[in-house]
Design a protein around this ligand. Structure first.
Ligand SMILES: [Fe+2]
Length: 388
């Protein structure tokens, strides 16, 4: 989990007078999850965080699943979806979802992003391509390709992506709060020596920019599967200081240190995050197994009680063929899966792989969004037919 961090000016004691230089006192604001028992931060702002001018429901977000879900292995070539280059928040294409987790894709182009607060879920935004800054009430966080940007719910933020890079964002939105795998943490919350990453790899916001603009400022709030336009009477990035454990943070997939072995290591060694009803794993470039007769490709397996999703961040994956950058595969519970013909034999004797992929395993069945169907590869389900 994130660690204690602070930026800017805060009073020596919480809940005490913190005067402004021009008169008056700063507004203290607690932001945290799980009531008062989870992670939390105290932020101090120039203006009252509750000053709402108006609020209206702008649109409902009723994700539709396909009419006939069937039961088959699925392959979506997500980067072939024609998406309007709207912005990183409202232009998201639904891909897969259940009641625990939802996955979507955004290709915002150079469009300007709105101020946004997700009030119904935590987000992990994987920056597949592009770079820029995540602005928030907690300051500015530099982001770049390969970053998992974790944005806990309730935090007002705005994406400021660099122009001309055709950014691609793969978004995982979770009903339960996002955390690092519990088995990699000690009882105090610190990441252990055998964790594939540690606090040194976690990047909190690094610059606090206090915006003191006043005037009506629109804010999009996602709540109950609808986007609400809330108008504030000032800019919400008026924080002068904060401290605590609750803030947006980034972890690069390139800082995930793979665990390898003499024989094939199962997917849990790649685990990076966990939520309620799902886990996320990172498949990164690594040396292969070093037993002289090792088969680096995975064995066939039945993923009982889970649906398995892979988002491919380049066009190589050791056990699959005809994969492209942006491919997304879904192997549902009910069908075993494994290497495609030829891939097991081809892996023998190989020393390393340069694959890069994000895996999301869910414990409840996933639905394929109707909006994602135009990019489906219908031949995928039969691509295991034939001999090696
Ligand atoms: Fe699998």
């Amino acid at each position: 989990m994130p660690y204690y961090h602070r930026l800017g000016d805060i009073p020596a004691k919480r809940h005490t007078v913190f005067r402004k230089s021009g008169g008056g006192i700063h507004y203290e604001h607690l932001i945290g999850n799980l009531g008062f028992t989870g992670l939390q931060s105290l932020i101090y702002t120039v203006r009252r965080p509750t000053s709402v001018v108006s609020s209206r429901c702008r649109e409902t977000l009723d994700w539709q699943s396909e009419d006939d879900p069937g039961l088959r292995m699925r392959h979506l070539r997500t980067h072939r979806l024609e998406l309007p280059p709207v912005d990183p928040v409202t232009g998201r294409a639904p891909l897969l979802f259940n009641n625990d987790v939802a996955m979507s894709l955004s290709r915002p182009g150079d469009s300007e992003a709105p101020l946004y607060r997700n009030a119904q879920g935590d987000e992990i935004v994987y920056v597949s391509r592009g770079e820029g800054v995540l602005e928030s009430q907690f300051g500015e966080l530099d982001v770049r390709s390969g970053d998992y940007v974790v944005i806990p719910r309730g935090i007002i933020h705005r994406w400021r992506l660099a122009a001309g890079q055709d950014p691609i964002l793969f978004i995982v939105e979770s009903h339960g709060y996002v955390r690092t795998p519990s088995r990699y943490r000690n009882e105090h919350g610190q990441l252990l020596e055998h964790s594939p990453f540690c606090e040194r790899d976690i990047r909190p916001p690094s610059r606090l920019v206090t915006v003191t603009e006043t005037g009506e400022t629109p804010l999009l709030v996602k709540k109950d599967n609808a986007l609400h336009e809330v108008v504030l009477d000032h800019h919400p990035f008026d924080t002068v200081g904060w401290d605590g454990f609750y803030y947006p943070w980034a972890l690069s997939i390139h800082d995930f240190e793979p665990i390898t072995g003499r024989l094939h290591q199962p997917p849990p060694v790649h685990q990076t995050f966990q939520g309620d009803g799902w886990v996320l794993c990172s498949f990164v470039p690594r040396l292969y197994d070093y037993h002289p007769d090792a088969i680096p490709a995975p064995y066939n397996h039945s993923n009982v009680m889970s649906d398995e999703v892979l988002y491919y961040c380049n066009d190589e994956f050791m056990s699959r063929k005809d994969i492209e950058y942006g491919s997304l595969t879904l192997h549902p519970d009910g069908l075993p899966h494994g290497p495609q013909p030829g891939k097991t034999e081809a892996s023998i004797g190989q020393k390393e792989t340069s694959e890069l992929a994000v895996m999301v395993d869910t414990f409840a069945p996933l639905r394929v969004a109707r909006a994602a169907l135009p990019c489906e590869d219908p031949s995928y389900q039969q691509s295991w037919l034939g001999d090696d």
